[in-house]
Design a protein around this ligand. Sequence first.
Ligand code: NAG
Ligand code: NAG
Length: 413
Amino acid sequence: MLPLRGVCLLVFSILFPAKVTLLENGLARTPPMGWMSWGYYMCGDDCGRNPLKCLDEKLILSVVDSFFDEGYQEVGFEYIIIDDCWSEKSRDMYGRLVPNKERFPRGMKFIADYIHARGLKFGMYTNIADVTCMLYPGSKNFFDIDAKSFAEWGVDYLKVDGCFVQESYLDTAYIDLGRALNSTKRQMVYSCSWPYYLQYIHNRRPNYSPIAKHCNMWRNFHDVALDWKYVIAIIHNYIDEYPKINEYHGPGHWNDPDMLILGTRTLTPGQSRVQLAVYAMMSAPLLLSCDMKMITPEEKQLLQNTELIAIGQDPLGIMATPYRLSGVRIIYVKKHLPMKGDYYHSFSVAMVNLDQKPSKFTFTLADHGISAPDGYTVMNVFTKVYEKNVTSSDEFEIEVPPEDVTLYSLFPL
Ligand SMILES: *[C@@H]1O[C@H](CO)[C@@H](O)[C@H](O)[C@H]1NC(C)=O
Ligand SMILES: *[C@@H]1O[C@H](CO)[C@@H](O)[C@H](O)[C@H]1NC(C)=O
């Protein structure tokens, strides 16, 4: 995104070639950004009774137009992903999935072409069982046929759910479907729900090695829903799991805390800043799920804040280290580009206040291992103002409003 960061990436990739045990299909070098239907539209198949939550061609094309016309594409929003409930209830005579004839009358290739003509990318959904989570046809026993359909339609990203199967099948099916996708020769970001189902449905701790070897991204935790309390649960889960998941996180393979809920009239402005800042600090995928027309001007400005997006899209892709000062006060510290010389990285520091009253954060940069000898220049990410220059021993004393975040990027002087 920023030329300086690009140069640093090149230098970095020469010095530190990626580990060979991870999936390297060249995709998702930064966490995918885009829009996915599920969070807001859910199944969206009852358009007669619920026309405002209708998952159809018109909806998908309107999201494409919003991305293209309203500045989202320029800041990196790219993938437009159709989740569950897109097909007919039965396969055709050749065993192929068929797009729902009422809602997707011109088929998926038409949608893919429309998306690709605007320089954007197309995502779809399936499940590894014989039905999807919402009981549409699933891909079990049809991996090759379905992979071929997705490839022929021009799909660039596939979300694969894991409802209704045995624990042991999860460990083979995701690998087998990944192979089927690979053998189509079409590049598709492979998004797995594998560890989520192991941990929360089958009560087994995931072994992330095979998951990171076969998937570009994976869901670790429950679905988000349209309520602030889900965002809080996600934040706490990723702090608890951080020591186990952070080593698998990086270019080409990402932990995925599920969709953003901005644009759904669910969050206050402060809460929106918290969700987006924490996701950017984690280098999480940024997938909106909303009626694009409901995004407020304030949310739009936040989603198109290039300094914030640059933190999330930093080429190093390092998950911020979380420090819980209390149950409601968290500091995240993230190392990123650009570097000064060979030693001194830039950092971002997020002070997240989940309390319903203001909280004070007092710390020095040295407390968090941020210690370039000539100090740092400090930019407030939300205002883009360079506020001050500091040394690593200067004390920060910052009051963060209720359910809000203060976010600084620090560049070595
Ligand atoms: C298939 O897998 C190979 C080996 O991991 C990889 O180099 C290649 O890029 C993959 N191709 C596609 C289309 O995903
Ligand atoms: C920080 O230091 C740089 C380099 O010395 C200087 O150009 C800049 O004006 C300083 N910024 C502030 C806010 O003091």
